[in-house]
Each structure stands twice: as structure tokens, then as C-alpha cells.
Ligand binder design. Sequence first.
Ligand code: SF4
Length: 508
Amino acid sequence: MTAMARWTATIGMARRALRPVDPRFAAALERRWAELPASARTPGQVLGRHAVGCEGTHGVFPKCNLACTPCYHSRDANQVRVDGGHTISQVRAQMRLLDQVRGPRAHAQLIGGEVSLLDPDDHAATLAVMRAHGREPMSFTHGDFDYDYLARLALGPDGRPRLGRLSFAAHFDSLMFGRRGIPRPPDEASLNPYRERFAAMFARLRREHGVRSFLAHNMTVTPANLSQVAAVIRDCRAMGYGMFSFQPAAFVGDDRRWHEDYRDVTGDQVWAQIEAGAGTRLDYHLFEHGDTRCNRAAYGFWAGDRWFPVLDGADRRDLAVRDAFLEYFGPVSFTGTPPALLAARLAVITARHPRVLALAVGWAARTIRRAGPLRLLTHRIRPVSYVMHQFMDAADVRPAWDLMQRGEVSADPRVRATQERLAACHYAMAHPENGTLVPACVQHCVLDPAENRALRVLLPLSRTRPDHEAPGQEAPGQEAPGQDEPDAEAGAPGGPREPAGRAPGDGR
Ligand code: SF4
């Protein structure tokens, strides 16, 4: 290659790298927007304008070693052996399809049963597969593992970091049975030391090895713990979690573990509790993720003992900032882009649309004024977002999905509402065997039972403890107390329990 050819090639590469918008990502956004029902094409809609939505794995490690009610897994899930080879190959196939159908960049949840039952090397290899397909992975856990597991996940055999950044969603609530040290939590507050311990492991990993992390906290809400949501937010705000996600329980999964009337808890009640904990109103229309009956989100930061939103939905100038962001920066893929490259791309766009500079300066001045310069100077700023994701009942999803498969719209308002929500679904799962994507509600309500029955045959439980099993974890075939005996849970103090690592839409 001549010097001139090399120079031309270098210039071409630099041009492509600085191209603010990846055409495949832009095309994926356009498709997503076109698929949305009219009811979801709101000014604050993020789907199709800045993101294609969240993704999750299924059938890759259904087993969990805590016991919860309700549990969204079908009753066969705990009879399936955890098998790293199966996990990696299935995740690869699912990610490949997501990459083809939904474009090159997205957040994806490594979710199923309990992720820490995977051998750390298999877990790391799975995350690498997800990243190779342009997915920013988040591992879903009940959080009941030790620092040793985390270090073995993050570090290679040579003791050096093999993963520069980890994302975990940890599920903690008083509806979970079998956690070491607190098998039957009496209330949410009693779990706070465990929440703190989990987050502290990641701070130590950063300190000792420079591995960065993002942590989300998940919690299922039923009539039994609804009134404790606000206190969880207040007590845990500075532990290191960047997101708190709450899931009102639904009638999904193993019906032996349904012990309350979950319909007694509404999304509005849960959101009101979140607002009480944050100490302010949370505007979930500023940024919408699909249908607001499914998802609500509010983005902001704590400065001392007060939480402030990044944008004030009551201020027209902030709405203009939101609109400009979606218009100019919306098609830029933030996920997985190195910070320096992202900054360069944003600078290119700003140069093309200088009005964003004035908008940004005005926004910064208003935010500083709202929070107070002194407060901002004297307190640590902690970005924390609040999310609610409300699954639907299997009894509603099954008929709605059947009709949608036939291209029919239900005359029943309840089923029609379910269809609208499914059509705007934010949370997809891939089926490489037939090239389709389905909403996670459909996966759990319709497809999981047969899938787990088949997996139970493919991967039967072993009677021996594998060498790689982490200390304190149950060997396959040696269930945690009550795990497959849901009746044993019914009379436990603290009321019904809920599953770890199965809450969706939480890791955006
Ligand atoms: S998984 Fe279900 S509840 Fe969640 S966004 Fe999709 S349709 Fe809505």
C-alpha cells in the first residue's frame, strides 16, 4: 500500500468513527418507531428516537437457589441444571438474532434464574459474547454471593481485570426466602445491611482492581411491603446504587407461589411511595419507555438529602431541552461507545447545530439554581434514577397474544389494553429457533412452561456438586429450604416471597 493509499484509508476510518450516527442504529430506530402504536408516540417517547428498548435472555440458566413468592419462573425451572456451555451457546444465538433484528446497540439483561450459579469463567465468557454483539450486558442476581465470586468473574487467571466494567441488578426484598444470614427477613429494613454489603463489594473491586460498575436495585412490591418502599429509597440512596427499580407483583409463573392478591397494589400506589421516598414529585412523562402502564422512569440526582430531576417537566425551557436532545442526539448510540469517541461525536453535532449550546448553558444554569450552588459545592452528587415496571397477569397476556398472532384486536377493553401494551413493549426476548422476538410478558406467561419442561429433559439435575460451585450455594439437586415446596413458605413470617433476578426493564 502506498503512503497516499494509507493516508486515504486512515482519513476514511476517522470519518467513519466520527460519523455521529451509525446508519444501522438509525434504521433500527426508524423501524422501532414505525412499529409503535399511536398511543405510544408521545413527545417524551424514547423508543424509536433514542433506544430500541431493553432485551433479556431466557432459557439460559432457569435455576435459582433462593425461594420466593410470587416466582415468575415456571414450576420446572428449578429442575434444570445450570450448564455454562448451554448458557454461552444459547446467549450467542439470542444475541445474534437481537443484533440482526434490533440493530447493533442495546442494553441486554443476562437474566434467568440466579446468575451467580454460573461458573465465573462461564459468566465472564457470556458477558463477552453479549458485548461482541453490541449489547451492554447487565447480570441479574439475588445478590447472595461473596466477593470471591465477584473477583473471579472480573479478573482473569493472571489476576488482571478481564472486564473493565460490570453491571449488576440485585434483587433484594422481604419476599425472598433463603438468603444466607437472613433466611426469612421480617421486613425491608432488616435487609439494608445486605444491600449495603452487596454494593460495598463493587466499591472494593474498583479500589483494588480498577473495575468500574453500575448497580441497580430491584424490589418486588406486594400488599405486604408496599408501605416500606419509601423507607427503602431513603435508607439506601447513598449505598452506591444508580437505579432503584420496583416491580408491582403480577400473577405470572408458578401458581403454587401466589399467596396474596397482587391486584390490590396499583402502579399509582407504588409510584406514590417512590415519590414519598424521593421527597418530590417524579414526572414519568418527561421520558417514556414504551407504554406508561408498563414502565415509568424518572432521572435525577441526590445532592445531600434532596433529590433533583435532570429536567423539570413543568418548565417549558426544560421541555425544549428534552426535545432538542431527542432531535439532535437521539440517534447517537451512547451505549458501548467509548467516552472520548462519544464526546467527539457530540461535538460534531453541536458544531452543526449551535443552538444546542445555548440550550445546554441555560439548562445548566437552571439546574444549579434549583439545587443551590452551595449545596452542589458541599455535597457529593449521586445520579440515581427511579423506575417502575409492571408485568401483566398471565390470564390477560395469553388471550391478548393469541389474538395478536392472528392479527385480531380484542373487543374486551381489558384484553385490548393488554394488546396495546404488548405492541409498545420495551422488553424483548429472542427466539433464534424461529427468528422471532417476543415481549418478556409473553415469554413468562405463555412460552416459559413448555420451554422449561424441555430444558428439564435436556439438562437434568446432577446429583453431584460441581467443582466450580461457589461456597454457600446449593448444589443442583440440593434445593434451598422450601424452594420446590412452596407450601412450606406460606406460613413464614414476613409474608409471601418473590424471585430474584427476574425483574425486567430495570437495567436501562
Ligand atoms: S414485558 Fe410486558 S409489562 Fe414489560 S414492557 Fe413488555 S408488555 Fe409491558
